[in-house]
Design a protein around this ligand. Structure first.
Ligand code: ADP
Ligand code: MG
Length: 644
């Protein structure tokens, strides 16, 4: 199965990959054909991780670094033999570690990735870059991969050899490895021969690994090979290694000395994104707490944005020593899409996740970082197109902040965008500030409606009086909106009023008069209201004369603070237990159908009309009828009578 050139030595075994690995390898080879170069990003990032891990272990085991203290990554190639070699003197792996790390998918990222496979190659290929699918990406360019590694603290003869052609199995054996760390040899596939080239390799390193905290070395270019300067410099007798990246943690440098491209490259390195970030914010805080943060807003959403359990958080460093990935204590959950690093001078080097949770200074840092991110988002608003892209991608996550982060509620709400009823196109969203600016002076509240879609919202019977009076209403159509609005009661001193809930008084001055009129009408039509109430029974709590209807004969209204009818139905269908609540029916006393009903003396016909009245009001709410066949039956009976 494996290449026959690997001779079986004592202690060598052939083992099968975990099934998922085999699947992943296949997929990777097919979907990464246009992004082959990420193999190097992944291998270098593993080598850098290995250096970080060793530094970390050396904090408690002083001797570990001593034999070979300068950590680095060395990249070499052989254009004739078509090989690329990547070596590091990081932590290395023991035999057990090799088998687990390179033979199974233990880490969450990769197995999560497999779960989301859609079979749609385009999509998979763009997704795959986000995962750090790591080591296996070497098979995209290599038909055979060989690894020699020695764990820090073990002796040379405890070295391990691993090889595979990426086709279902791998070989693992012992090897005498002189140096601590890992060496990986890629035997390139023919279609990847081009990567055994100094400029190609340097280019990729610049793109993805310019600012990892470890130097990357390549052999100095021989004069003839250097494409730019063909000077006749004498060939050095022994090739010398030179550092080809900046190898200084980017965030430790002053802002003024970092170029835009450097910031972007660093983003690609920490995010596994191919593209550029939307924006970033780099700050050093001095004083009681000292730390540096570099935070990025990504352009694209990760595939698992809505999975609140998905890995998230910042990379945590303490005094430039890498401590952990996904330190999630530094930002609230609703900002989980933010990428970046935090480097603290105050935390202990042996800080653990548990310690982070109970450390009081974390809370302070978190509050500051949260403000930073919100400011960074607010800054984007000055570029409306860019902002809209951001809003479309991350807006719904940001809305979770209304519930999660009371302190910043108003700030957050100011960032939101909604479709307004005066717009014809739901894509043209407005901010709450813009809404308030357009409000006539007499208008006191911010009106909104929640609906399944923009059109359903605009055409809801509850909207009629608003359209007639030319009052703008925000149309909210995302699932989260109803829940969010139950927590957001006001903005800049203006309260939010759902047009379909509770009492409606459009302007305060006439509220009193309106109430009087309503009472008079209700007394006048008492019989009708009573008959309707009896006919509809349990479905409603009451029947009232409406002040909000213009064209429709009736609508359903829930109490202020209650969940909307369609949402309630959806949640109940999903098995959620909600406190019981029923709507009341409001009727439009000017409407011909209502006037007709008032004159109807025949009980059965009245009942039929009542059923239809209720049914259409429910349908207009986006509800599903409990008994559609009864509704249709009644409707047809009445239609039938029209023609006889
Ligand atoms: P990830 O880096 O996301 O964990 P990879 O597939 O890139 O996934 O690597 C799998 C594991 O193999 C790593 O977590 C690490 O334990 C081990 N590994 C890979 N490369 C090296 C290396 N150069 N030195 C030490 N360990 C390594
Ligand atoms: Mg990796």
């Amino acid at each position: 199965m494996n290449d026959a050139t690997v001779s079986a030595t004592p202690g060598t075994e052939t083992m099968g990959f975990q099934t998922e690995v085999a699947k992943l390898l296949q997929l990777m080879i097919h979907s990464l054909y246009s992004n082959k170069e990420i193999f190097l990003r992944e291998l270098v990032s593993n080598a850098a991780d290995a250096a970080d891990k060793l530094r970390f272990e050396a904090l408690t085991q002083a001797g570990l670094l001593a034999e070979d203290p300068e950590l680095g990554i060395w990249i070499d190639f052989d254009a004739t033999a078509h090989t690329i070699t990547i070596r590091d003197n990081g932590v290395g792996m023991s035999r057990e570690e090799v088998i687990t790390n390179l033979g199974t998918i233990a880490h969450s990222g990769t197995s999560e990735f497999l779960k989301t496979l859609s079979g749609d190659q385009q999509k998979d290929a763009s997704l795959i870059g986000q995962f750090g699918v790591g080591f296996y990406s070497s098979f995209v360019v290599a038909s055979k991969v060989e690894v020699k590694t020695r764990r820090a603290s073990l002796v040379p003869v405890e070295g391990v050899y691993w090889a595979s052609a990426g086709e279902g199995s791998f070989e693992v054996g012992t090897a005498d490895v002189a140096q601590r760390g890992t060496e990986i040899v890629l035997h390139l596939r023919e279609e990847a021969y081009e990567y055994a080239d100094a400029w190609r390799l340097r280019g990729i390193i610049h793109k993805y690994a310019e600012h990892i905290g470890v130097p990357v070395y390549m052999l100095k270019q021989e004069a003839g090979a250097a494409s730019e300067e063909g000077e006749e410099a004498a060939l050095p007798d022994t090739p010398t290694w030179e550092v080809i990246n900046q190898a200084a943690a980017l965030w430790t440098r002053p802002r003024s000395e970092i170029t835009e491209d450097e910031y972007k490259a660093f983003y690609r390195h920490i995010s596994h994104d191919f593209g550029d970030p939307l924006s970033w914010s780099h700050n050093r805080v001095e004083g009681k707490l000292e730390y540096t943060s570099l935070l990025y807003l990504p352009t694209r959403a990760p595939y698992d944005l809505y999975n609140r359990e998905a890995p998230k958080g910042l990379k945590l460093y303490v005094q430039r020593v890498f401590i952990m990935d996904q330190a999630e204590q530094f930002l609230p959950l609703y900002l989980r899409f933010v990428k970046g690093v935090i480097d603290s001078n105050d935390l202990p080097l042996n800080v653990s996740r548990e310690l982070l949770q109970s450390n009081p200074s974390i809370e302070t840092i978190r509050n500051t970082l949260t403000k930073r991110v919100l400011d960074m988002i607010a800054k984007l608003e000055s570029e409306p197109e860019k902002y809209l892209e951001f809003w479309k991608t991350f807006g719904n996550v940001l809305k979770e902040g209304i519930v999660e982060d009371q302190t910043n509620r108003e700030k957050l709400a100011g960032l939101f965008r909604f479709a307004g009823s005066k717009q014809l196109d739901e894509q043209q969203v407005i901010s709450l500030d813009a809404y308030i600016e357009r409000m006539p002076a007499t208008q006191k509240a911010i009106y909104y409606v929640t609906a399944e879609s923009f059109n359903a919202g605009r055409q809801s019977p509850h909207m009629e009086i608003f359209l007639k009076k030319d009052i703008e209403v925000l149309v909210m159509t995302d699932r989260i909106d109803e829940w969010m609005m139950s927590w957001l009661h006001e903005y800049k001193g203006k309260s939010f009023v759902h047009v379909g809930k509770g009492e409606l008084s459009l302007d305060e001055d006439s509220a009193e008069a309106q109430k009087k009129m309503q009472e008079t009408q209700e007394a006048e039509h008492k019989d009708l209201l009573q008959r309707l109430k009896e006919a509809l029974g349990e479905q409603i709590t009451d029947v009232k004369v409406s002040t909000r209807l213009v064209d429709s004969p009736a609508c359903l209204v829930v109490a202020e603070g209650d969940i909307g009818l369609a949402t309630r139905q959806m949640l109940e269908a999903a098995g959620q237990k909600l406190p019981p609540s029923r709507p009341h029916l409001e009727i439009n006393i000017q409407h011909a159908l209502i006037q007709q009903m008032e004159k109807e003396t025949q009980a059965q016909r009245f009942k039929a009309l009542a059923t239809i009245l209720y049914g259409q009001a429910a349908l207009a709410e986006g509800m599903q009828l409990k008994d559609p066949s009864e509704f249709v039956g009644q409707l047809n009976r009445l239609l039938g009578q029209m023609f006889t």
